[in-house]
Design a protein around this ligand. Structure first.
Ligand code: HXC
Length: 510
């Protein structure tokens, strides 16, 4: 018996070596960890249960029958993060550059299906050269099988992708179908076609980093939801994110014991909004001061900074926060901000996470760039997302809520459950200056008259009381009590029941 056990251990040791020590050393030299080292950092110590360690490819073209590595370039299985079940696959770049064969794909599909059945997130760690070139169409079929599972699981279990090396071809489309993509700075990049193909087709010369590095996707394209310094930080932050999320749409978001007083007042908020309506302030200060222990996991931190999205807890329960940021472009809604927030709102709604919306928005961004880019359709995404969401929705207007943007930002009219305004709120069709220049166009040459009109308009509309008098605002609240008022509202909404009419699916303006 002993020799059988020894043989098993020998085979396991061999599988654990992936593509061999030389390639592992090369991986480390690039500042990257191996597939297994990453899993060790991601999961609770000793919790990883590996599947399919002995799977090998079945390709016999191009001499492949003589090049077999147990595991075939991907490590798969399950484990726990702070005691909660997650499934994981981690591409092993040391085996054929992590490229995808049919058997490699089957391993991934197996954990995807188990995760969906058992109601647990899937976390994919990517470091891979795309389709295994020697396998041809079998590899393409394998990718499509993975894509199918991604789509079927969307909205059922959270799916998280972490890009930790080069990712080309099929290895960018699976992440694109998942809920969140994170990248590692300097060592990871994603593109549909690499710099060489770009040069051939468009005659453009561009480096891999400038084409699809972490800074590009986290800051410019918005493909990635965050960029981390290194593998260790990436794994630690994914653990933190998972703590906020329900394991599936079949369970409620997790509740963690809170050591932050739910009734806590925050007197400094009474002076957060400057007297001058054109002066910015930092909306993040408000977020950090009202959520539990100032713990906020931001999604899309470096992209469309004029809107802030992320997860926090209030009295121990997860909430999704959406907030205009007056510090960037005055918090205006443009194409990128609308897309970013719409996707976040839909994630929260799919997984039963209540949404807290903090509003200070001067309207939609004017200009040809925005109109030619389809602002109408992109802005409609956010409107659509808020309107269809049935989770508890609590809104606080701190200052400006102008025009269509007032409607969009979780207003009462889009089934906002509890809508508060600070006394500093200005709820109107537009700002006073723009308004009087339109309705009193004849007075434009007369500065004194115009100033008087502006003062009159401000007096009439630059406040929350007109909206409150119509019941569009449930209460005008003192800023220092905002945390307490939101928490009490969320408690009252705990058993909210609201359903949309039956449909096969909706037709959100894509
Ligand atoms: C088979 C591959 C491979 C692949 C890399 N390798 N990519 N083997 N199929 N797709 C192997 C290499 O032969 C090498 O083997 C090892 O992995 C490491 O690769 P290197 O090139 O030495 O590493 P590096 O210089 O870091 O470059 C990494 C890379 C490059 C940028 C990923 O390898 C590359 O460009 N690969 C091809 C990418 C690609 O075009 N894939 C197909 C995309 S099409 P040894 O034995 O030397 O260690 C696609 C279609 C699906 O994916 C579409 C679905 C929608």
């Amino acid at each position: 018996m002993q020799h059988i056990l020894d043989e098993l251990e020998k085979r396991r040791d061999q599988a654990r070596l992936g593509g061999g020590e030389k390639r592992i050393a090369a991986q480390h030299a690039k500042g990257k960890l191996t597939a297994r080292e990453r899993i060790d950092l991601l999961l609770d110590e000793g919790s990883f249960e590996e599947y399919d360690m002995f799977v090998e490819h079945r390709c016999s073209d191009f001499g492949m029958e003589n090049q077999k590595f147990p595991g075939d370039g991907v490590v798969t299985g399950w484990g726990t993060i702070n005691g909660r079940l997650v499934y994981v696959f981690s591409k092993d770049f040391t085996v054929f550059g992590g490229s995808l064969s049919m058997t490699h794909a089957q391993k991934i599909v197996k954990v995807q299906q188990m995760a969906a059945r058992n109601g647990a997130p899937v976390i994919g760690l990517f470091d891979a050269g795309g389709a295994r070139i020697q396998e041809g169409v079998d590899s393409l079929a394998g990718y499509a099988d993975i894509f199918m599972e991604n789509v079927m699981s969307s909205g059922v279990i959270p799916q998280i992708s972490v890009i930790m090396g080069p990712c080309a071809g099929g290895d960018v489309y699976s992440p694109a179908l998942t809920d969140f993509i994170f990248m590692v700075k300097d060592t990871s990049y994603m593109f549909v076609t690499g710099p060489d193909v770009v040069k051939t087709v468009t005659n453009e010369t561009v480096s891999a980093e400038d084409l699809g590095g972490a800074r590009v996707h986290a800051g410019k394209s918005g493909v990635a939801d965050g960029a981390f310094e290194n593998d260790l930080e990436a794994m630690t932050q994914v653990r933190r994110l998972v703590d906020f999320l329900p394991l599936s749409n079949r369970e409620k978001p997790p509740v963690r014991e809170s050591y932050d007083d739910a009734m806590r007042d925050e007197p400094s908020l009474d002076t957060l909004v400057p007297a001058n309506p054109n002066k910015p302030y930092d909306m993040k200060e408000l977020i950090l001061k009202i959520v539990d222990e100032a713990d906020f996991f931001e999604i899309g931190k470096d992209f469309a900074k004029n809107i802030i999205t992320g997860f926090a807890r209030m009295d121990g329960s997860t909430v999704g926060i959406v907030a205009n940021q007056p510090q960037v472009l005055a918090g205006v809604l443009d194409i990128d901000a609308s897309r970013k927030a719409a996707r976040f709102v839909r994630f929260c709604d799919a997984f039963g996470i209540p949404i807290v919306t903090l509003v200070d928005v001067p309207g939609f961004m004017p200009g040809t760039k925005q109109e030619y880019g389809g602002l109408i359709k992109h802005g409609a995404k956010l409107l659509f997302a808020y309107a269809e969401a049935t989770v508890p929705k609590v809104t606080v207007i701190t200052r400006k809520a102008y025009g269509g943007a007032y409607d969009v930002m979780s207003s009462k009219h889009l089934r906002g459950d509890v809508n508060y305004a600070w006394p500093t709120a200005e709820i109107a069709v537009m700002g006073a200056k723009g308004a009087v220049e339109i309705i009193f166009r004849a007075d434009i040459g007369d500065a004194e008259k115009l100033a008087a009109r502006e003062a009159e308009y401000k007096e009439r509309f630059a406040n929350p009381f007109v909206a409150a008098s119509r019941g569009y605002i449930d209460d005008v609240i003192k800023p220092h009590g905002t945390r307490r008022r939101i928490i009490r509202s969320l408690k009252s909404l705990k058993h909210k029941v609201l359903t949309n009419p039956w449909k096969k699916h909706d037709n959100i303006p894509l």
